[in-house]
Ligand binder design. Structure first.
Ligand code: SAH
Ligand code: SF4
Ligand code: F3S
Length: 410
């Protein structure tokens, strides 16, 4: 039996895509290995969201040159978003690449494997080698219809295509049968989901009612599609996690407009307040140092963070991506100034993150155990328990205290 070593970079979409590609390989008699030296195939699933991400993917390829040199029958598959951006041209610099499978072509991956002539279709030997844990991902839509001025995703993943509710719910049910308790619905603007009469709130409810599913989360929603119906649905259903990761990007209306985000700070702050009033913890993504960001614009972002008190935030330094509108803008601030802003923001974000943990002291929480001693609350906070509990079990606990990073249960 041939073995594949998989290296995944990037977001949850890529993790889900890697699982899908592994399933196609399994059907051809390939099993997964965690040891690259014993592998016959390496599948690298890449990201290109920021320059650094693409650099990581390409330098991994450099390392693979040595791996392949040991045995030229070894196979390298370069997949995902960086593969989409760089394309077949990569084979010029890296002639040892066997298959380049860009993110847009994931639906053609199976055909690509067949056309390569490197894999025999081996359906009888098909073993579902995809292992699942307590949590797993279900893609509900691919691509993005927005055109945020800094973002490369629409160009490497194309426009929105939604999967049918039947296919999605079947995938959820299949995972639940394999003892997956928490389902994360995935899409670049996941809450823009629409398939015939089914909108995202409807789909969430349906996913939450799949037998065996204990908790449903989703990634990444877009502020423009946070509707009263969606807030109500999250608030009223116990199985839908009381946490939302809602990227705001900036607190300055000028910058939001230039980014083409489709909302202003007032609207997004109001939506976040509604969510919080309904017991939902909110985390976010913020970009610092967008080329036209002034000190004043940055102040607006700090104000927004003060008002929203995010339970967590990923803060990114703007990274110019070729062929995006923001690429050619001249930065107003020096690199040093941007670093300073990032530092100030990170300090603030850490303060609120620790506060979210401290605020949970004294509350009662349902914890879904991911190891025998540790699990997460519905609001996505980590909890350690004094006693052991089976992995995958849902335990009701009272929170004693927090060190700002993890909660301790009584
Ligand atoms: N679809 C999601 C975000 C996907 S990309 C959404 O619209 O919310 C994940 C995060 O990467 C974004 O939220 C943004 O904060 C960051 N990001 C995207 N492009 C970037 C760039 N060029 N430079 C820095 N950060 C970027
Ligand atoms: Fe990128 Fe904007 Fe689409 Fe998110 S909504 S993937 S940031 S273009
Ligand atoms: Fe990266 Fe592609 Fe995800 S660029 S962030 S892996 S959609």
């Amino acid at each position: 039996m041939k073995r594949v070593f998989i290296q995944t970079f990037g977001c949850q979409m890529n993790i889900a895509d890697s699982a899908e590609m592994l399933a196609h390989l399994s059907r051809r008699g390939v099993e997964e290995t965690k040891d690259i030296e014993s592998a016959d195939i390496v599948l690298v699933n890449t990201c290109t969201i920021r320059e650094h991400a693409e650099h990581k993917a390409v330098s991994f390829l450099g390392r693979l040159a040595k791996w392949k040199a040991k045995d030229c029958s070894r196979v390298i598959i370069f997949a995902g978003c960086a593969a989409e951006r760089l394309g077949e041209a990569l084979k010029k610099d890296y002639p040892f690449l066997d298959i380049v499978a860009g993110a847009k072509g994931i639906d053609n991956f199976s055909k690509m494997l067949d056309e390569s002539g490197l894999f025999a279709v081996n359906a009888q030997n098909y073993t579902q080698s995809v292992k699942s844990g307590v949590l797993d991902y279900v893609t509900i839509m691919r691509g993005c219809n927005f055109a945020c001025s800094y973002c490369i995703v629409p160009s490497v993943r194309g426009g929105v295509k939604c999967l049918s509710p039947e296919v999605i719910l079947e995938n959820c049910a299949e995972l639940a049968k394999k003892n997956v308790k928490e389902i994360v619905l995935l899409g670049q603007t996941v809450n823009a989901y629409k398939y015939e009469d089914t909108d995202f709130a409807d789909l969430l409810l349906k996913a939450a009612s799949v037998k065996g599913v204990e908790r449903v989360r989703f990634m990444s929603p877009h502020p423009a599609f946070i509707t009263p119906k969606l807030i109500d649905t999250i608030a009223k259903n116990d199985k839908i996690a009381k946490h939302i990761h809602l990227p705001v990007q900036s607190g300055s209306d000028k910058i939001l407009k230039e980014m083409k985000r489709g909302y202003d700070s007032k609207t997004v702050i109001e939506k976040i307040s509604r969510l919080k009033e309904n017991g939902v913890l909110v985390s976010t993504d913020i970009i610092v140092g967008y080329p036209t960001e002034t000190e004043e614009d940055f102040e607006r972002t700090l104000e927004l963070v003060d008002k929203c008190a995010f339970s967590f935030a990923y803060c990114f330094k703007f990274s110019p991506r070729r062929n995006t509108p923001a690429y050619s803008l001249k930065p107003l601030a020096s690199d040093k100034e941007v670093e300073k802003r990032l530092d100030i923001l990170l300090n603030k974000v850490r303060h609120f993150s620790a506060k979210a943990y401290k605020d949970a002291a004294g509350t009662e929480q349902m914890v879904l155990m991911e190891t025998v001693y540790k699990g997460r609350t519905s609001g996505n906070l980590w909890v350690k328990t004094p006693k052991q509990h089976p992995v995958g079990s849902m335990v009701r606990v009272r929170i004693k205290e927090s060190d700002g990073k993890i909660l301790s249960a009584e």
